[in-house]
Design a protein around this ligand. Structure first.
Ligand SMILES: [Zn+2]
Length: 217
């Protein structure tokens, strides 16, 4: 039984933590298209050089290139029992290209796991985040506060908030995500592949739901 899991959810939904737990528990590699692209650049391959120049010009890497990279990655031995895909697809045409590839590779249908969170949860999670201006260590006002307010435990440099983490920016990113992914959600719902979990509680509770969904799929 192969498990192909596509993870979806807005920034702050906890996708990274869910992917990590799922990957460890089910022994499935976690494939993020962002890291795939960065790895290819690091390899210095011809494709990597092309990807680098596209990304440097601020443009998005075309679907065909991402699909080709994914195909190469998925063909590796560690993916034979399945894998967790993160960051792709983002649009219905990308989803269709991916389905075609799975079909050609004789892979089973993916389970699309949508981690649903409220805007307020996301705001609370992200806008409380602080970063050390010296060493980059991450803190959180409510879940991981520093010993001394506003100062890093390790290097005593001031903690700062990244621009992306400011509440108004977080709200904007949340609504952009909802708008942009609505067609993709509809696409997978129509195919009967979409399963939603409530991502608002703490991680252990979210994971309970995730494993239940996996069993039933
Ligand atoms: Zn520090």
């Amino acid at each position: 039984m192969t498990h192909i899991i596509i993870l979806m959810g807005p920034p702050g939904a906890g996708k990274g933590s869910v992917a990590q737990k799922l990957s460890a528990e089910k022994k499935l590699p976690h494939i993020s298209t962002g890291s795939l692209l960065r790895e290819e650049i690091a390899k210095g391959s011809e494709l990597g050089e092309k990807v680098e120049s596209i990304m440097q010009s601020g443009q998005l890497v075309d679907d065909a290139t991402v699909i080709a990279l994914l195909k190469e990655r998925i063909s590796q031995d560690d993916c034979k029992n399945g894998f967790i895909l993160d960051g792709f697809p983002r649009t219905p045409p990308q989803a269709e290209a991916l389905e075609l590839m799975f079909h050609e590779m004789r892979k089973s249908d993916p389970l699309v796991l949508y981690i649903q969170v409220n805007e307020e949860t996301v705001v609370k999670r992200i806008s409380g985040r602080k970063e050390c201006s010296g060493c980059g260590k991450i803190y959180h006002d409510s879940t991981m506060p520093p010993k001394k307010q506003g100062v890093c435990d390790d290097c005593e440099k001031p903690l700062i908030q990244r621009h992306d983490d400011i509440e108004s920016v977080v709200r904007e990113r949340f609504s952009v995500y909802q708008q942009k992914t609505a067609p993709l959600i509809a696409h997978y719902e129509q195919k009967g592949l979409l399963r939603s979990v409530n991502g608002n509680p703490m991680l252990p509770e979210v994971m309970d739901q995730v494993f239940k969904v996996l069993e039933q799929f």
